[in-house]
Ligand binder design. Sequence first.
Ligand code: SF4
Length: 65
Amino acid sequence: MKISVDWNRCEGHGICTEQAPKVFSLDDEGELSYPYENTDIPDELAPGARSAIGACPVAALKEQQ
Ligand code: SF4
């Protein structure tokens, strides 16, 4: 699976990092760090990543088909 981040929406709440800490993290400046842009997320990390989509309060995360 792939997830796209709408960087215009993301406000760095970091709730996604709680759901999937190996996929999403915050850098030292509180900005989202996301290494899987346009890259498949490993299957074992997909359940947490899907939870993060639903948990983001500004709907910045979308699963790509
Ligand atoms: S939960 Fe949403 S707004 Fe917060 S850092 Fe993650 S993608 Fe950005």
